[in-house]
Design a binder for this molecule. Structure first.
Ligand SMILES: *[C@@H]1O[C@H](CO)[C@@H](O)[C@H](O)[C@H]1NC(C)=O
Ligand SMILES: *[C@@H]1O[C@H](CO)[C@@H](O)[C@H](O)[C@H]1NC(C)=O
Length: 269
């Protein structure tokens, strides 16, 4: 009697544990954990993102969001939950509250709100972006290319350390029209970042180094320019993004930008 019951309980548990459809994709220097498709092109519910972030972290990486000290500190800091029991839903709510606070700090809350109200980002662009959840595992000692963001993004650092060179003074490109490129018989849509060849990367305050640890969050507003890289820890990120970003063309990199890393890792086409 006990055995079949236990078996049924285990099956039920597995069924809920595997409820998110996640596809693991290996790229140079990066492993992506892609969800099956974008969010609906509609106003997001008041319960967004709900239990999704906590369940995703468990399923993709076996990591605890709400029941880790860092996750608990995030929930605590946002004040969404005053009880001692931090549920998956409170964790999701804390992520969104923290993202809202960071957009507020930059005076760009309208960019996040436009996404929450429509389900897409950069509604002023000719090509508003559908938005996706993704897990990005940047392996140790890797760097992405210098790029800009065609849409808003918010990111939870699940493990490791994320380093970046951020360019707060770089020109902000808001309008993105993808270029169709054929490679190996498939057509991809390539987005290009701003032309930065007139920027002197060594000018005072042009680039700033930041590092984010497990439990930290950071955001990208539309047009933000940065280069992300890892040291020996690598990093695992849970990201709300537009399924790719806009690389600065190699011949349009800022002058004196050789301190930026090589940028050989690839998280998008
Ligand atoms: C949560 O906040 C309370 C009061 O602000 C503090 O005493 C407690 O240590 C915090 N817990 C965590 C996990 O940060
Ligand atoms: C990363 O780089 C550091 C410093 O060069 C080195 O000690 C470490 O072995 C590297 N780790 C990996 C996994 O390549």
């Amino acid at each position: 009697m006990a055995r079949p019951l236990l078996g049924a309980l285990l099956l039920a548990r597995l069924a809920t544990a595997q409820d998110i459809d996640i596809k693991r994709i290996e790229n140079p220097g990066v492993v992506l954990y892609k969800t099956s498709g974008p969010l609906p092109e509609a106003r997001l519910g008041d319960d967004f993102p709900g239990s999704f972030p906590a369940r995703f972290l468990r399923q993709a990486w076996g990591l605890e969001g709400p029941h880790s000290p860092e996750g608990a500190a995030l929930v605590n800091a946002t004040g969404v939950c005053t009880s001692s029991e931090i549920t998956d839903e409170f964790f999701g709510q804390a992520m969104l509250e923290r993202a809202k606070a960071m957009f507020d700090d930059r005076g760009l809350r309208h960019e996040l709100d436009a996404f929450l109200q429509s389900g897409v980002s950069n509604t002023h662009s000719p090509t508003p972006r559908r938005m996706y959840w993704v897990g990005i595992d940047i392996l140790p000692n890797q760097s992405l290319a210098l790029h800009s963001h065609p849409n808003v993004e918010f990111v939870y650092v699940a493990a490791g350390v994320m380093h970046e060179w951020r360019c707060p003074k770089c020109p902000v490109k808001r309008k993105y029209i993808p270029e169709e490129i054929k490679t190996n018989g498939k057509t991809i849509e390539k987005y290009w970042g701003p032309d930065l060849h007139k920027v002197n990367a060594k000018a005072r305050g042009m680039f700033r180094h930041d590092a984010y640890n497990a439990g930290d969050m950071f955001i990208n507003a539309i047009g933000d320019v940065h280069q992300s890289y890892t040291e020996e820890e690598g990093v695992k990120l849970l990201v709300m993004w537009g399924d790719g970003n806009a690389d600065v063309p190699l011949e349009q990199l800022p002058r004196h930008s050789d301190f930026l890393n090589v940028g050989a890792a690839k998280a998008w086409d």
